[in-house]
Each structure stands twice: as C-alpha cells, then as structure tokens.
Design a protein around this ligand. Structure first.
Ligand code: SF4
Length: 213
C-alpha cells in the first residue's frame, strides 16, 4: 500500500447522511491533497436527489468558499441547467476529489488536475454520497469524473449524452463547464453551453423514466 495515499476508507463513517459525511471529510488524510488546501469541499444539495452531478475537484474559489461550483464554472453550470429546464436546487452537485490540487506560480494557485491516485483515494467519499443521495442518474462532468464513476478512461467526445451503465447505475457523461470557459469565441461558447444543456436534458429524462418505470 502507498503510505502517502492510504485512501479515504478509514475516514468515511458508515451509513452516514450527507451532513455527517460533510463534517467527517474535514478530517480525511486519505491522500496528500489536504495539506495545501483550505478545506475539503463536499457535495451540496438535498438528499435524496434524482440527479447527481459529479465534477472534477474544487477550484480556487470553491476551496475558499467551501462549496462546489460557486466560481465561473459554476455559473456556466447554472446557465446550462436553466437551458435544460432543470432547477439547480433539485440536483445534488459534488466533485470526484474533495480537496483542491494546485501548484503555486508566484502568488497564484494554479489548478492541477487530480491524478489517478487522488481519484482512487477519494472514491470512498463518492461511494458514500451515492449511498446517501440515491440518485436515479449520475452525470459525469468531464473525463476525471467519468474515470472516478466508471472506473476507466472515458472519452467524453465519443461517449457523451447517452446512457452508460456502471454496475447497474445509469451514468451520463458530458463536458466539464470549465471547458466552456476555455473557448475564446462567444459563438463557440454558446454552442458548448447548449451542448452541455442537451446532455443534462437527456439525464433528466432518463431520471424521469426511472421514476415512471
Ligand atoms: S482529496 Fe479525498 S482522499 Fe485526498 S485527503 Fe481530500 S478527501 Fe481525503
């Protein structure tokens, strides 16, 4: 076993609700990321929820605020949810990795993608959220979330917007909202938000189908 990354298992209380998990995650030492971050950022939203959205990791603003998707990517996500006709209050939003991974450049904290070891170490928190939230459909926002949820490398472009199966769980993969922010052209941005909204619409319909089955 990697001594630096024992994994989160021993810090995750069993059969806990979201509030208890949110408290417990602050003590997690399952990988090295807790050292540099301000705090762990747990999921947000009511439980149970029919849709659970999984992102990558908290960004700079989320790390400071202690809440997921409150920065620029969060605004894109809210926009896409609105276009899809899904209220943000009705979904549970979280990240695959609960602490912010970054490198310092001067005084700035620059986002670094969590590696496979971080994703694996943090996976018990995601499993505990699945158990507490009981989503009908899980939406993976980007490749890191896809890897965390599906347990394999995910090609977002090829697999997005259709139902995938993960051990009996319905999963839909789409882009991470931050991918929209990287586009310079406003037309391309609008198109990307519309694409994200279309994938969210698919997920919402699948959740409704589960409810009426
Ligand atoms: S990133 Fe996850 S596994 Fe690593 S310390 Fe934070 S909560 Fe624990």
């Amino acid at each position: 076993m990697d001594i630096e990354r024992p994994g989160a298992e021993q810090w995750v209380p069993s059969d806990a609700d979201v509030d208890r998990l949110r408290d417990a995650v602050q003590g997690c030492r399952g990988c090295e990321l807790w050292r540099g971050a301000t705090q762990a950022v747990f999921g947000d939203g009511d439980a149970p929820a029919r849709l659970m959205l999984v992102g990558e990791q908290p960004g700079d603003k989320e790390d400071l605020a202690g809440e997921p998707f409150v920065g620029p990517a969060g605004r894109i996500l809210s926009q896409a949810l609105e276009q899809a006709g899904v209220s943000r209050e009705s979904v549970y939003v979280t990240n695959a990795v609960k602490h912010f991974r970054f490198e310092m450049r001067g005084k700035r904290r620059i986002h670094q993608r969590p590696d496979a070891g971080n994703i694996q170490a943090c996976r018990p928190w995601l499993e505990a959220e699945f158990a507490a939230v009981q989503p009908a459909v899980v939406v993976c926002l980007g490749a890191t979330a896809g890897r965390a949820v599906l347990g394999r490398v995910v090609k977002v472009g090829a697999e997005r917007g259709r139902p995938l199966d993960s051990s009996g769980r319905i999963v839909v993969v789409t882009i991470h909202p931050s991918a929209v922010l990287r586009l310079r052209d406003s037309g391309q941005r609008s198109e990307a938000v519309a694409g994200l909204a279309a994938d969210l619409r698919v997920a919402a319909k699948l959740a409704r189908d589960v409810d009426t089955a």
